[in-house]
Design a protein around this ligand. Structure first.
Ligand code: ADP
Ligand code: MG
Length: 372
């Protein structure tokens, strides 16, 4: 991304909150030299804008990050933190455009939530509200003989082998899982097993473009590794082109066309809506599931996505776009900021002129807006 930025005339560097000198308002940042392919540290002033790629983590570094975000909250950030899975779900649930695409979801408070959801849905996913990469996810499937098939991944992403258990031991089985302390969701599961037994879904990247508008950059399929109930690439999933996977799954060209078009519109609408509901965003990745009937389900929204899925699916051009778009958007933001400043200056010059001119000051006052 830095190499691509340099070509566009952007100077870029990398830093963490730990590299910030709060007193002298400067940063001990890492600069990349594309010729020697080496990194070196240099003191630098603050940048015109910040692309925040930090994730939630349980550590002192996260406390440093929160401090940085609050002390320097007035700076131009291309993106602000998104909320946890539960808050994002509730926000999307408010808009009827999205409701048909949201699997039924509850915040886990007690076993009652699991029991009630299991009565309604034969498949459930239990996921930590702040999880990433398929960690700590449990899948519970109600079988026709009344037993439950339970499998998943622990918090270190190790596969938990499938076990058949009865209802009566479910409680005991889940009590070791700390669902309350870690904060979990109970979600209707979508059947996504391919004929070979592997699960699959789609990763869609939606980004702001060089005109400041939301645009889908690409969407790729992901197929989970053997025995996995998640498709995440870090958990051994494989990336494949969307079209191939979708056609195999729903088998109909016209339906596939319409699903792809719908998914694109949905992704762009969700991004615009979430940005309006919260704060600045410049890209989002959506984890989408498509069921056998071609209905699109939103599994998760990721604010700090990796782009590798496109390279791994063999979509080089999409991968290139995925890297360049945030940079083009940054240039647009920079230009917008400058235009705004220029306008403000022009306005205050005008009002100063009006005051100097000995004019009735009411008109001049109207031009001076201390808020701007
Ligand atoms: N409701 C669901 N139905 C079917 N599969 C799901 C569901 N929720 C999650 N998954 C599977 O688990 C994976 C990880 O879940 P996700 O919600 O994206 O959490 P994470 O933040 O860990 O990636 C998904 O990519 C998908 O393969
Ligand atoms: Mg995910």
């Amino acid at each position: 991304m830095i190499a691509a930025g340099l070509k566009l005339g952007l100077e870029m560097f990398v830093f963490t909150p730990q590299d910030v000198d709060y007193r002298q308002h400067r940063i001990h940042a890492l600069f990349y030299n594309t010729e020697t392919k080496t990194w070196s540290r240099k003191w630098t002033k603050f940048p015109h804008m910040i692309f925040d790629r930090c994730r939630i983590q349980r550590s002192r570094r996260f406390e440093q990050l929160k401090r940085f975000r609050s002390v320097y909250g007035h700076l131009t950030f291309l993106n602000r933190p998104l909320r946890n899975k539960w808050t994002v779900y509730r926000t999307l649930q408010k808009d009827e455009r999205f409701r048909p695409h949201l699997p039924a979801t509850r915040f886990y408070e007690s076993m009652r939530d699991v029991n009630e959801m299991l009565k309604k849905y034969p498949l459930l996913y239990l996921k930590p509200i702040n999880g990433t990469g398929g960690r700590g996810i449990l899948r519970i499937e109600r079988k026709s003989d009344g037993t439950l098939l339970i499998q998943g991944r622990d918090r270190n992403r190790r596969i938990i082998r499938p076990q058949r258990i009865s209802y009566t031991v479910l409680h005991a089985r889940l009590s070791t899982w700390n669902l309350k302390e870690q904060k979990y969701l109970v979600q209707q599961g979508i059947h996504l097993k391919l004929p070979n037994g592997r699960v699959h879904d789609y990763r869609m990247l939606v980004q702001k473009n060089g005109a400041g508008e939301w645009e889908m950059t690409g969407c790729a399929g992901r197929v989970g590794s053997r025995g996995s109930i998640t498709s995440n690439l870090h958990g051994g999933g494989k990336a494949v082109p969307m079209r191939t996977l979708l056609l195999k799954w729903i088998g109909d060209e016209a339906l596939a066309d319409s699903v792809q078009q719908q998914a694109k519109e949905l992704g762009e609408e969700i991004a615009a809506y979430l940005e309006k509901s919260y704060n600045e965003l410049c890209e989002l990745a959506l984890d989408l599931a498509i069921d056998r009937q071609g209905r699109i389900w939103l599994l998760e929204v990721n604010p700090k996505p990796a782009r590798e899925v496109f390279a791994k699916a063999g979509e080089k051009e999409t991968y290139r776009k995925a890297i360049i778009r945030p940079l083009e958007y940054a240039l647009w933001v920079y230009q917008e900021n400058r235009n705004r400043k220029r306008k403000r200056r022009q306005q205050s010059n005008k009002s100063a002129f009006l005051v100097d001119d000995g004019n009735d000051s009411t008109e001049a006052d109207a031009n001076v807006n201390p808020e701007r």
